[in-house]
Design a protein around this ligand. Structure first.
Ligand SMILES: [Zn+2]
Ligand SMILES: [Zn+2]
Length: 239
């Protein structure tokens, strides 16, 4: 009732283009959401960046995860949507992004066969401050669409880390940033209840992948705990 009155006095607008929202739309209009530039083949078979076969970056700096997929690049509308979801509490945008990522997983020959998905964890204090872990919201939608179950409470963050995008000045070289980001997340994660991941093919889920250091660190822990294969699925890739 209160929402109906509020919607009448202050009709909801699209958080991106400011146009009035239709009754079924939440936070973002269909027009804006459908303008996301989705990565289509060909893309690197390891990291999922646009290009052929295995990209140079993956040859020079091999990842621990065997394959990663992303909706698109961390630019334009996709960047706006991630920021609204992560820092402005627009959970409904996260749900839509989760469904879109779920479709990408469903159509990927390897990821579609995974046994479970695992959200990249937040340090408990960081989660309390934000009120939610954005990766867990993505996982809920992915599981609903794909029927691949989500495993939570197994991969944990055991010490605080800085946001990866804040590491390394924009002028520093990519190699320098890569090293600093690796150090930022080194030994920051642990797996408890190894038996829940042992022998399983897993998909790590996160919002943004920068150099892949966080995903590599988490993948390493899951392999140590006995996972048979670790893939990754992210909303956006920064490089
Ligand atoms: Zn819009
Ligand atoms: Zn690559």
């Amino acid at each position: 009732m209160l929402k109906a009155i509020l919607d009448f006095i202050l009709p909801p607008h699209c958080s991106v283009c400011s146009n009035l929202l239709a009754s079924k739309e939440k936070a973002v209009c269909e027009n804006c959401f459908n303008s996301i530039s989705v990565i289509v083949p060909p893309f690197c078979e390891r990291c999922g960046s646009p290009g052929d076969a295995v990209c140079n970056d993956c040859i020079l700096h091999p990842h621990k995860f065997t394959r990663a997929r992303a909706i698109g690049k961390y630019t334009d509308i996709l960047r706006d949507l991630v920021l609204l979801f992560k820092y402005r509490r627009k959970i409904s945008i996260g749900r839509k992004l989760g469904t879109l990522l779920g479709k990408i997983i469903q159509n990927d020959e390897l990821l579609a066969k995974a046994d479970a998905i695992i959200p990249v964890p937040l340090y408990p204090v960081a989660k309390r401050v934000r009120g939610y872990n954005q990766s867990e919201i993505l996982c809920t939608e992915i599981s609903t669409l794909t029927n691949i179950p989500t495993i939570t409470g197994v991969l944990l963050q055991k010490r605080p880390t800085k946001p990866q995008k804040s590491i390394g000045s924009p002028e520093s070289s990519l190699d320098e940033q890569r090293e600093k980001r690796k150090l930022n997340v080194k030994d920051a994660f642990k797996v408890k209840k190894n038996e829940r991941v042992k022998g399983k093919k897993l998909i790590l889920v996160d919002d943004v992948c920068t150099t892949g250091a966080t995903l590599d660190e988490c993948a390493g822990e899951l392999y140590n705990a006995g996972a048979s294969d670790v893939y990754a699925a992210v909303v956006a890739r920064a490089v």
